[in-house]
Design a protein around this ligand. Structure first.
Ligand code: THU
Length: 142
């Protein structure tokens, strides 16, 4: 698979975020980065809590980081981890911002952390999504 320059940059930023993961309980560090349609990149890591139900995934941290900076138009999201597959909750949050969002998954394999890269549309990872437009809750994304 050919990996484009913008995809490499996203992976690089997600890896940097992964190094900041706060995951003393699972020791499963995940990094994520979001590319907005305006060309900006926002990143996030998973942040755990001793009250386990309060854990937040890297993907949501990255998306919420973008939204907090006034950026809601998301073109792509990248996930980096030992297994890089967004959980169901994160798939739903990604789908909120558009069904055509590209999802770049960089799985780190073996002691060398060799990357395996796969790309999907969010709708492939979350078929038959409950999304605000199909549900008639919004005419377009605000
Ligand atoms: N985690 C993520 O950050 N993203 C995912 O896609 C799946 C899981 C985190 C949550 C928790 O801190 C750790 O990985 C183990 O589940």
């Amino acid at each position: 698979m050919q990996v484009h320059k913008w995809q490499k940059k996203l992976i690089h930023e997600a890896k940097k975020a992964r190094n900041l993961a706060y995951c003393p309980y699972s020791r499963f560090a995940v990094g994520s980065s979001v590319l907005t349609r305006s060309g900006k990149i926002f990143s996030g890591c998973n942040i755990e809590n001793s009250s386990f139900g309060l854990v937040i995934c890297a993907e949501r941290t990255a998306i919420f980081n973008a939204v907090c900076k006034g950026e809601r138009e998301i073109q792509a999201i990248c996930v980096v981890g030992r297994t890089a597959l967004p959980c169901g909750a994160c798939r739903q949050v990604i789908a909120e911002f558009g069904l055509d969002i590209d999802v770049i998954l960089a799985t780190l394999r073996g002691p060398q952390r060799k990357e395996n890269i796969a790309t999907y549309k969010i709708v492939e990872l979350l078929p038959h999504p409950f999304d605000p437009i199909t549900a008639g809750l919004l005419k377009r994304l605000p």
